[in-house]
Design a protein around this ligand. Structure first.
Ligand code: NG6
Ligand code: CA
Length: 497
């Protein structure tokens, strides 16, 4: 009798634990690399670099072969990911340099949606969505910024690693700022007496190829000019470790509640400055080494989740903001040491390009014990994160441009998109099922600095990705029926008539 009573009590206890476990909504970590190409992740099987930690997540989750960033550059893609809105609808959503915040503080965002559902929300890493609403004073609290669009906590690099100011900002305040040495920033002209990459090549540890000849920090010439803030300047080789420490600290601080962490890595964007312990590991120079460093960071974060008993209830999403580039403004052997590696895989183009490699990126969702490992060819986009995650966690928030793809992203069921507008440098194209339409644009078909094909041509381009994934055969003249269908569809979505 006593035994039965104890068994019944134990049963009640266990089922209440189980009930509570089921009630706790999943945590979310979006790991967002910067300029990581479709071919840069080994589980995609189209390059030569080995990324074992990303593979572990990819091979045990859903790996999407038709997963897209909204755009072939950074700020627009981040804008779309956070708002669920196409960036070409917002004139300010272009590559930013020292700009003001491009997300309206009244606009719905992914972190706001999470917050409404009781989540803690944090961002650690690259921001690049602008700060403030007038001339930015880095010596005061800077607002609006990430904390004003839904993040409870932010530890960010303001724009990119190649732009000034080269300082971290935590919740709006520059870290380690000495008020006796205030920061001044300009993107127009240098401050008197300050060395620059252009004037002082003797001070450089990394040479600039195009652009990037302003102020010198840690021997690296940057975009823009900066004076002061000496103690606040980051150490480039320690950046990955710093972001990792901050990401782990954030998890430690919030793990009692459901949380969303946007972990936005700086690699492999230029300047590529992997910590010396990664030097030479890839055999591909700093670009390859920086990717291995990013892969290591991802492994460390994964282990941190296991150690804290969080892996089971944390959904990990991993992707990149745009496609790959080798020479993005510095001489760093990215091209010379590439060997047989193909950062774009079998796709045409790269960063900045309307061709597939501009926006088709590594795209992985992982949820231990829930997502059954699969490779999916469904079309999915980062612009769908807001609606899909909202749907999964029971929020009614929806953006107009996003779709609810919760089933295919997190439940091994359902289908992806039919249509997706792709964007590169404010020009747009249409992906519809297996077809791609690139309308005619004026401009150069290849950027002479980056050596990447832009996708620009005087005439319509029409590709059937089913039989021509590398976009070699333009079918615009041979298939006028499909061409017209695609033009109509494109004009309808874009809103031209
Ligand atoms: C460009 C920079 C490039 C890179 C890019 C932003 C020059 C010539 N080129 O303007 O190096 O910083 O902006 O990259 O300055 S992104 O991934 O953040 O979009
Ligand atoms: Ca980028």
């Amino acid at each position: 009798m006593k035994n039965h009573f104890l068994t019944a009590l134990l049963f009640l206890f266990l089922s209440s634990c189980n009930y509570r476990a089921q009630q706790q909504p999943p945590n979310f970590i979006i790991i967002y690399a910067d300029d990581l190409g479709y071919g840069d992740v080994s589980s995609y099987g189209v390059g030569r670099l080995q990324t074992p930690n990303i593979d572990k997540i990819a091979n045990n989750g859903s790996r999407f072969t038709n997963g897209y960033s909204s755009s072939a550059t950074c700020s627009p893609s981040r804008y779309a990911l956070l708002t669920g809105t196409y960036p070409w609808r917002n004139k300010r959503a272009k590559i930013l340099t020292g700009a003001n915040l491009i997300i309206d503080t009244l606009e719905m965002t992914l972190p706001k949606m999470f917050k409404d559902k009781g989540y803690k929300t944090g961002i650690v890493g690259k921001w690049h969505l602008g700060l403030g609403d007038s001339k930015i004073d880095y010596n005061q609290r800077i607002s609006p910024g990430p904390n004003e669009i839904g993040f409870d906590y932010s530890f960010i690099m303001p724009d990119t690693q190649d732009r000034v100011p080269t300082v971290y900002i935590e919740n709006g305040n520059v870290i380690n700022l000495n008020p006796m040495d205030p920061i001044q920033v300009s993107f127009e002209k240098n401050f008197e007496g300050q060395p620059t990459g252009k004037k002082n090549p003797e001070l450089l540890s990394m040479k600039w190829h195009h652009g990037h000849n302003g102020s010198i920090v840690n021997g690296i010439p940057r975009i823009g000019f900066m004076k002061g803030g000496g103690e606040a300047k980051w150490s480039d080789i320690d950046m990955a470790d710093e972001f990792l420490i901050q990401a782990k600290n954030y998890i430690n601080n919030v793990k009692g509640s459901p949380f969303f962490l946007f972990y936005t890595l700086q690699q492999p964007h230029v300047p590529r400055t992997p910590h010396p312990r990664f030097k030479g590991l890839s055999g591909m120079g700093p670009r390859g080494d920086a990717i291995l460093e990013a892969d290591w960071c991802i492994g460390e974060l994964y282990t941190h989740l296991i150690k804290n008993n969080l892996l089971e209830n944390t959904i990990i999403i991993l992707s990149s903001d745009n496609g790959p580039v080798l020479n993005d403004g510095y001489y760093d052997d990215a091209f010379e040491k590439l060997g047989g590696h193909t950062p774009s895989g079998n796709l045409r183009g790269g960063k900045y390009s309307l061709f597939e490699a501009g926006t088709r990126v590594p795209f992985i969702t992982y949820w231990k014990g829930n997502i059954i490992p699969q490779v999916s060819d469904e079309i999915v986009s980062q612009i769908d994160f807001l609606n899909s995650i909202a749907s999964l966690i029971g929020s009614t928030v929806r953006s107009e441009d996003g779709e609810d793809l919760a089933n295919i992203l997190f439940k091994n069921s359902g289908t992806g998109r039919n249509d997706l507008i792709l964007e590169a440098m404010t020009r747009t194209a249409l992906r519809n099922q297996n077809w791609v339409l690139i309308p005619p644009y004026s401009g150069s078909d290849k950027n002479s600095n980056t050596n990447i094909e832009s996708g620009i041509a005087d005439d319509f381009q029409l590709y059937n990705l089913n039989i021509d994934i590398s976009q070699q055969n333009n079918l615009a003249t041979s298939n006028p029926k499909k061409l017209n269908e695609m033009i109509k569809r494109y004009e309808y979505i874009i809103g031209i008539k």
